[in-house]
Ligand binder design. Structure first.
Ligand code: FE2
Ligand code: FE2
Ligand code: FE2
Length: 473
């Protein structure tokens, strides 16, 4: 059995054909920019910034050092939209006025166009894992058992970078809300990716997996369905619960985490990787949820409804063991030790994705917290440009009142300089600076941001400085 190489290579679209197919998919009006920061009870609207997609090259495999760049954000937004056409979402307030969006999102055209580009986008989005994870050598049940033991998945881990960032933030509630928003794509449709794996016929492990799903669905009691519990967590933190309301605030790595499970679940040649990733996520969720519950209680006090997390401390000890004893080990017995490298690969890949997400979120909180500093950096960088000491490429932009630059990021640092008018510069959920004529801000590479014009007109410049620190000397 070969475990190397990305499985889709021969079948994926390439070059111009790929670019055109992506543009066709994203030409659905559902994917146009929003005039508001949040979607409003409309699960079908997902801002894909189609106007930018024509400039992006998805016909390559970015390395790990590039997976936070804008093309990856664009790819993960696309993939989320494509995968979720398999999921049923209805607006909380009914379909009145949204029937066209409903049928447009679930239309054969939208589905077929999405499926056509999915393999290439998956190669783009997850191909780097081939380089990151090496699972070679001969594996046996014994070596697998000692590998799993060395992972200590049920052990107490120290607080993640993200958790430290929240507790150390100058606005802990805002940071915690930004954090909860990152989980919404996953937790509000919890277990949907894994349901893809209980279709078919493969013996006793199939029924065991089904039991896990029944738990996630609260045994059919809606009030105890895990996604329902998470809605209460969101509400208690002052957030709303409609699907993808906060689409523009998702970080690339948060979408990557969620898409990873859809990617494994949608492509059954990766079934055994899913089994590995399932075990690891269920097992490590025990300690994670324990820490999350106490973190939210520390930040929000008794207001925080943390039942979502306390429920998982209990149930996921169970799920981790079920994944090992009732899924993994019986599958190895039934299919042979050749499947072990795939199981290990699922565990290791998920660990890489998790690490990327943790670093990305912590960096975003730092970016939000340090907005006043980035604002002050405008002066010396602008000085270097005005004096002609540096001559980076510049874009001159004029925008009318209310124009909203939907959230995005850049591959290098940029200086935003306001010539006239007023801009509200947004760096995360509930995080913004008001910039007036003569002022500006340094925009750090790969950091999510957007802007809205608050004067009748705003004239501003974007200087692509590359690395702002090089402009300071
Ligand atoms: Fe759950
Ligand atoms: Fe679980
Ligand atoms: Fe920008």
């Amino acid at each position: 059995m070969s475990h190397a190489a990305f499985p889709y290579e021969p079948y994926a679209l390439h070059g111009d054909a790929l670019r055109e197919a992506i543009l066709r998919y994203a030409s659905n009006p559902l994917y146009l920019d929003n005039e508001e920061w949040e979607n409003s009870d409309n699960p079908y609207r997902r801002q894909l910034r189609p106007q930018v997609l024509r400039h992006l090259d998805f016909d390559r495999t970015p390395g790990r050092d590039q997976v936070l760049e804008y093309p990856s954000l664009a790819a993960h937004r696309l993939l989320t939209s494509i995968y979720e056409a398999d999921l049923v979402f209805l607006p909380q307030s009914g379909l009145s006025g949204k029937w066209e969006d409903f049928t447009g999102y679930y239309s054969p055209t939208n589905r077929a166009l999405g499926e056509a580009v999915r393999p290439a986008l998956e190669r783009f989005a997850f191909g780097f894992l081939d380089q990151e994870v090496e699972v070679s050598g001969k594996w046996t049940k014994e070596s697998f058992a000692s590998y799993v033991e060395s992972l200590d998945p049920y052990g107490r881990a120290e607080a993640s970078l993200s958790e430290k960032a929240i507790l150390g933030s100058c606005d802990r509630e805002r940071a915690a809300r930004m954090w909860l928003i990152q989980f919404a794509p996953d937790f509000l449709s919890e277990a949907s990716p894994m349901i893809r794996n209980v279709l078919g016929h493969y013996g006793a492990p199939q029924s065991e997996w089904f039991k896990i799903i029944i738990d996630e669905y609260g045994y059919g009691v809606h009030e105890t369905k895990h996604s329902r519990l998470f809605e209460d967590t969101l509400t208690s933190a002052g957030l709303q619960t409609d699907i993808h309301r906060y689409w523009q605030y998702y970080l690339v790595s948060s979408l990557m985490m969620n898409n990873y499970f859809h990617y494994l679940g949608k492509n059954h040649e990766l079934f055994f990787r899913y089994v590995g990733a399932l075990f690891y996520t269920e097992a490590t969720l025990v300690d994670f949820c324990r820490r999350a519950a106490s973190l939210l209680t520390e930040v929000f006090g008794d207001r925080a409804d943390v039942r979502y997390f306390t429920e998982h401390v209990h149930i996921d000890q169970h799920h981790g063991r079920m994944a090992m004893d009732k899924l993994i080990l019986p599958l190895i017995d039934a299919c042979g030790e050749e499947i072990i490298p795939e199981i290990v690969r699922g565990i290791e890949e998920y660990r890489v994705v998790q690490e990327i997400a943790d670093q990305d979120f912590a960096a975003q909180i730092s970016w939000m917290d340090r907005q006043p500093e980035y604002r002050k950096l405008h002066a010396p960088v602008w000085d270097a440009i005005r004096s002609g000491r540096i001559t980076p490429p510049v874009a001159d932009i004029v925008e009318p009142y209310g124009e909203l630059s939907n959230t995005h990021s850049h591959e290098g640092d940029e200086l935003c300089h306001i010539v006239s008018g007023t801009m509200k510069f947004v760096s995360g959920f509930d995080s913004y600076e008001i910039l007036e004529a003569g002022q500006g801000i340094v925009i750090e590479r790969n950091r999510l941001h957007g802007a809205i014009i608050e004067s009748e007109e705003c004239v501003y410049q974007i200087h692509s400085v590359g690395d702002y620190r090089a402009c300071l000397s």
